[in-house]
Design a protein around this ligand. Sequence first.
Ligand SMILES: [Zn+2]
Length: 403
Amino acid sequence: MIPFYKLQRYEGNAALFELVMMSIVSSYVGEPLHLHAEGLRGTGKTTIMRAAKGILPNITRIKGCIYNCDPEDPHCPHHKGMTEEEINRIGVEEIPMPFLEISHSAKVGTVVGSIDLAKLTDPARPEASMLPGLIPQAHRGILFVDEINRLADTSPEITDILLDVMGNKPGHIQIEEAGLPVVDIPVNVSIWAASNPDEDPGPLEEIRRQLSDRFDMVCYMGRPDSVDILAQMLEENSHRHKIKRNQEKRSQAENEAKDNEYRQKVIKWANTYNNTDLPDFLRNFIARLYIKHNIESIRAIEAMQQGAVLHSVISNRDKVMINDVTSMIPLVLKHRIDGDTLIRMVNDVESRGAREGILNFRGKKNKEKESEPEYFQHNARSLKDMSRNELVNTEKDLTPGEY
Ligand SMILES: [Zn+2]
């Protein structure tokens, strides 16, 4: 697998790189950020998401706890309610932030949990207990689902479970097994999903709208369109198989050093995130967008707020700016409102918000009526034909070279 830092960045995948970093920072501080990358095969969405496993920072858990209990706030059936002293006696350990994957053919038992057969059949001390599945084991980390549209189509039970996990922050999960008490535990997991909306069974929002809405952000992947980038990608691919072992070893050390740089960045950004809040005027701006454009989904504006702060943090700023909010608009709304409304909104924000400045936008309140017809003059092209740069202004434009 190509290490995260070596993956080619280009306009069409820049948003996903940002979202992945934002979600890692957010997960690290205990606030999940659910991402869905949609795009054609070969756009690299799953490669980027899986490669991110290599840059995840460590978390501290109660020693040996398969549920990843935070020593400060134990939640699992074994450690919940324990005193500090009792936890100190067990000890703590550092593990890499979990990154687990469920396939679209996964069984409920694997995902949620099942009876622990090893313990049940232990001749010395047979005991009935639960073995937590992938979701509880991914607590405080990432759970990746490729082909989420197929999963939603073929496995309504697992879809319902994901709805519970993603319903609130933290979500929760119920582990049930006949003859054993039901275990209901909180889970803080960021769900990362990928799908190709052009392949069977179609876009997730058409298969299970509710599940689609649970994703804070949806990112549409563009294909690389520059000859240089494609040529570099080809070179990397052919290279991988040809380099000698020594070189491999040397590059492994280099890879680890680079991964570690990301890890340190995540920890630094997480600290900044804990101390950064959205200024009131931007919160009002989001609230006004919600009302003016009749958005309906509260999750959407919550995601806009969380995303704007995270975006400012990974841009190495400690203040959130208007562009942090506007750059979130297509990501949080594309899967939640119809295309016309979105384009109207983006044009509205672009012309009044970003270009003329937020103060001006606020002052326009009284003139809303007379400026209304102007919206409809921009609607000639559908959103999917527009590049991200046309839709949003990112801070990256202002600080090139951070990535
Ligand atoms: Zn525990």
